[in-house]
Design a protein around this ligand. Structure first.
Ligand code: APR
Length: 251
């Protein structure tokens, strides 16, 4: 059975700009637990209890322990057909932009480019004093526990945008611009609980883009979408690819 009607397929094929906006759900099939789903708790802490500047100030050991654990999961995970389809789409067509909330590094590992990692990357750390950034693997800082700056010896923190923190202004400006100029926005694997990414999707739609959501559940964004596919992104995205390009499905 066809997933997308002819009109939508034409819009996708003729689009100058297409946005893929992704959240934790796209990495679920790679074995990375989502934040608010099953397996999202660690030692009974919620992400909201640990991913804050206050939590880090009170107990940096605990916050690093959580990130070291998550980094280990991300390192051992492999991109799935959801990540791979987006990366392949970006290679095939011009004007395909990826904005992700994920910090797990699976999109870059699948070859996606360009990519805006709105919430940072779990493999990077930054100095709490001089702001120098480090790559934990490449800079020999991939040990567990507290990590210190190789320039000024101050404490490093994960290079992640935590709850209550400002986004990187240049990434945000670029994201707003892209969303305003897009004709299609795919919203994949996000609960839309965090307001900036949800607002980005709505901005695209209010600017005239059609919204296509892929998520086993409905979200607060679902009513604004032209299409909602209730399923897994690793299964639905390759089927959409096949319909758009009239080619054999990926995988
Ligand atoms: N395919 C598509 N969607 C899926 C899949 C799948 N295989 N599995 C789960 N989902 C959906 C869930 O139904 C849920 O709506 O992915 C969504 C994951 O939601 P969250 O765990 O809230 O993740 P996300 O929206 O990315 O969270 C946003 O919150 O904790 C912070 O900074 C963190 O970036 C994160 C942000």
């Amino acid at each position: 059975m066809e997933l997308l009607p002819k009109g939508t397929l034409e819009t996708i094929r003729n689009a100058q700009k297409i946005i893929f906006l992704t959240g934790a759900g796209i990495s679920n099939e790679s074995g990375i637990p989502t934040f608010r789903g099953e397996g999202g708790l660690w030692k009974n802490f919620r992400a909201e209890d640990l991913a804050t500047p206050e939590a880090f100030q009170n107990n940096p050991e605990l916050v690093w322990e959580w990130y070291d654990w998550r980094r280990g999961i991300c390192k051992n995970a492999e991109p799935n057909l959801g990540h791979i389809t987006i990366a392949k789409w970006q290679k095939k067509s011009k004007g395909i932009f990826l904005i992700t909330q994920n910090v797990d590094g699976l999109h870059p590992r699948s070859g996606s480019e360009p990519i805006i990692e709105l919430h940072g990357n779990i493999f990077r750390a930054r100095c709490t004093n001089c702001s120098t950034k480090f790559h934990l693997e490449q800079d020999g800082l991939n040990h567990d526990g507290l990590k210190y700056c190789q320039n000024c010896e101050s404490l490093l923190r994960p290079d992640i945008v935590w709850f209550g923190e400002e986004y990187d202004q240049s990434l945000l400006t670029k994201s707003w611009e892209l969303c305003q100029l897009s004709q299609v926005v795919f919203v994949i694997g996000t609960s839309a609980n965090v307001s900036v990414p949800a607002q980005l999707a709505l901005t695209a739609i209010r600017s005239g883009a059609i919204g296509i959501e892929i998520n086993p559940e409905t979200t607060s964004l679902s009513p604004s979408m032209k299409h909602h596919f209730q399923g897994k992104s690793g299964e639905i995205l390759p089927k959409i690819w096949k319909e758009v390009f009239e080619e054999e499905s990926i995988g």
